[in-house]
Design a protein around this ligand. Structure first.
Ligand code: SF4
Length: 692
């Protein structure tokens, strides 16, 4: 028997981070056997990080959901699709629009996210639809929309390697987006300098030419200090400022205050003055310079201010609209950009068309063929949790697609209290997650390898997923589940699609930046980056080349003052906790902890503590400790290290047995409503048991 001839190689895109690497799924007899390199797509050129390399291992896990489950007397029982749908339709029909909350998913496809917000807005008549972008990059969307007119990465992954200077702040790029890290190394080989600012000496810090070891929550102070030094030395780009921007005088007045002199900023951030001066000079003089950031910048109560400050620095030095420059937010999940683009946010339809704008509302009604559509303000996910916990009975029903707030949201005791107050909850999932356990009905969904679709990576590139195998048992793609439910609830005409490509055609009609895209054009490896306004348009690699997307075409400087985190240290809680990911695991671990090779590398969480703090607390490496905040306590092994700043500790948030988010603070940015995952006060106590 010739085994090789039976193999199928199905080209698709990685389900993990927002880099959007492509590969082949190797398939035989309806089983995914492995992953092989696909060399043609431009982003990763056949290379993968460890998560991508093993992205097939969870697909056929024995505990995949394969039947609808209905909870009876507190116990899940298998049900038919018909039973589950009828129960959902009956219960959904019993609530008022303001009593619903819907959560879409940054892991699902564009088509599925588009249908989720359409279902919320025309079947449930609610704008309370949100997703986990709220928790990672809502501050990027809010801030960059205001100052540039578009809330997305300005440049492309490929052109980062043409930079002469790469300023990485609040992004552990080499661990979280390794194939973007590769571009940084290629730039460095060509002579670019890398500056890295973070409280932890991560693998990214080890590749940097200049490491700025800063305290959590001092980003605006650092950025204003750099701008202070640049203006003081006359290194700003006068021509760019005069021809492309407005608001410079106010910015100058703010940053030239003595508060942002190098001496003051050094005291606030903990970074030596000499390093601040060097960083300012490199950023201003090594054109083009690109700034790369991620959740170290966004996940703060001042997340919007942080992003505006980042934009100020790049406009000040004329580093926008050119290859190798720009403001480059690295999106965490594979389709967090797409889920935002598709309108899974309470205030916008797809393409960021405002729900409050009457013309946009009429356009959507016409396109969807309905007389009625949701009106009024919807809740963000953080607001939903607060209302559920604090005002029982106001929100009664939650409909989730692939979201796991019981591990990913801040202050998990608060989330638990919120979920316990729900009258009726439906969860579409591939595994019975910590959150799905709270549901009344669980619907088994297809994973990325079991469906067609598109998703949009961090640089606005829309790429294809291609079906390689059938879903397990009775599981179905999320888009089909939504359409079948809509049909039962009387909206069959608005949810009648032959396949995913027909849904995408409607997305293209609804969404100006996707107008020129269709499945045929997206067949091309690497496909298209938005904006792509018509079918002859080649897509857009670099935004704001000649003008910004604001009404008058000018970029807007913002005067931003530094403010401390919502929770600072005191004698009871003397350390600052920051949270994040590790290279081997992904988000709440639902997929990576079921992947043999990834799980065998890192089996549980840890708390990183500086060796001087550990000595003061008499804590040894690998010793079990108790970490407590004002919200709760966890027990976790200590990792004693020089690689984190004294006074700071770090815990990865993947692990349910030692969940970092039991400790984090749910205080949010007043505009973007993003929680402050990156700074809360904790204390550590010795327990005295060694962990092997
Ligand atoms: Fe997947 Fe991101 Fe790794 Fe690429 S860098 S293989 S997209 S996890």
């Amino acid at each position: 028997m010739n085994l090789v001839s039976e193999l199928k190689f199905v080209p698709t895109t990685c389900p993990y981070c927002g880099t959007g690497c492509s590969f082949y799924l190797v398939v035989r007899d309806n089983k995914v056997l492995g992953i092989e390199p696909w060399h043609t797509p431009p982003i990763n050129e056949g290379k993968l990080c460890q998560k991508g390399r093993y992205a097939h291992q969870f697909i056929h896990s024995k505990d995949r959901l394969s039947n609808p489950l209905v909870k009876r007397n507190g116990v899940f029982e298998e049900a038919t699709w018909d039973e589950a749908y009828r129960l959902i339709a009956k219960r959904f029909g019993s609530f008022r629009p303001e009593e619903f909350g819907c959560l879409a998913s940054a892991k699902a496809s564009n088509e599925e996210n588009y249908l989720m917000q359409k279902f919320a807005r025309i079947v449930l008549k609610t704008n309370s639809v949100d997703h986990c972008a709220r928790l990672c990059h809502s501050s990027t969307v809010s801030a960059l929309s205001e100052v540039f007119g578009s809330g997305a990465m300005t440049n492309s992954i490929l052109d980062l390697q043409e930079s002469n200077c790469l300023f990485v702040i609040g992004s552990n790029t080499f661990e979280q987006h390794p194939l973007i890290g590769r571009r940084l190394m290629l730039a460095r080989k060509m002579g670019a300098k890398i500056i890295y600012a973070d409280p932890r000496r991560t693998p990214t810090a080890r590749q940097a030419d200049l490491y700025l070891s800063m305290y959590s929550g001092t980003d605006v102070a650092l950025l204003n200090g750099l701008m202070h030094h640049i203006i003081e030395n006359g290194w700003e780009d006068r021509e760019f400022i005069e021809s492309r921007t407005k608001g410079f005088d106010l910015l100058k007045k703010t940053v030239m205050n003595e508060r942002y002199s190098l001496k003051s900023v050094s005291r606030l951030t903990g970074i030596p003055e000499i390093d601040l001066a060097k960083a300012a000079e490199w950023i201003a003089k090594s054109k083009p310079c690109a700034l790369i950031y991620s959740m170290g910048i966004t996940q703060h109560t001042v997340g919007v201010d942080n992003v505006k400050s980042v934009a100020n620095l790049m406009m000040l030095t004329g580093n926008i609209g050119k290859r190798g420059s720009g403001v480059n937010p690295l999106r965490g999940q594979n389709n967090v950009q797409g889920a935002c683009d598709m309108g899974c946010l309470p205030d916008v339809y797809s393409g960021y068309q405002k729900v409050a704008d009457e013309d946009s509302r009429e356009k959507m009604k016409l396109l969807w063929g309905v007389e009625e559509i949701a009106i009024g303000k919807g809740y963000t996910v953080t607001e939903m949790m607060n209302v559920l916990a604090n005002e029982p009975g106001k929100i009664k029903c939650l409909y989730l697609m692939g979201e796991n707030p019981m591990l990913s949201d801040p202050d998990l005791n608060h989330v638990r209290a919120a979920l316990e107050n729900i009258e009726f909850m439906v969860s579409q999932e591939i595994f019975l997650s910590e959150t799905a356990e709270f549901a009344d009905v669980v619907l088994p969904a297809a994973c990325y390898a079991e469906k067609d679709g598109t998703h949009t990576n961090t640089e606005r590139r829309v790429q294809r997923w291609r079906k390689a195998v059938d879903p397990p048992g009775m599981a179905k793609p999320d888009w089909l589940i939504i359409c079948e439910m809509a049909r039962l609830m009387g909206y069959g005409k608005c949810f009648s699609y032959k396949d995913e490509s027909e849904i995408f055609d409607e997305i293209a009609r609804a969404t100006p930046s996707y107008h020129g895209m269709n499945y045929k054009r997206l067949e091309h490896p690497g496909a298209l980056q938005w904006p792509c306004p018509d079918e002859n348009h080649p897509g857009t690699q670099i935004l704001h080349e000649k003008r910004f997307a604001t009404k008058d075409g000018l970029g807007v400087f913002s005067a931003v003052e530094w403010q401390p985190p919502a929770e600072v240290t005191d004698p009871e809680y003397p350390l600052i906790l920051t949270t994040g990911r590790c290279i081997w695991h992904w988000h709440t671990g639902t997929m990576t902890r079921r992947s043999k090779n990834l799980d065998s590398e890192v089996k549980t969480g840890w708390v990183e503590i500086n060796s001087r703090d550990a000595r003061d607390l008499n804590i040894d490496d690998r010793e079990l400790v108790r970490v407590s905040s004002r919200r709760g306590s966890i027990e976790i092994p200590a990792m004693v290290t020089e690689e984190i700043k004294q006074g700071e500790v770090f815990i990865p948030f993947h692990f349910k047995e030692c969940p970092a988010n039991l400790l984090t603070n749910d205080a949010v940015d007043s505009i973007a409503k993003i929680p402050e995952y990156k700074a809360c006060a904790v204390r550590i106590e010795k327990i005295g048991v060694m962990r092997e």
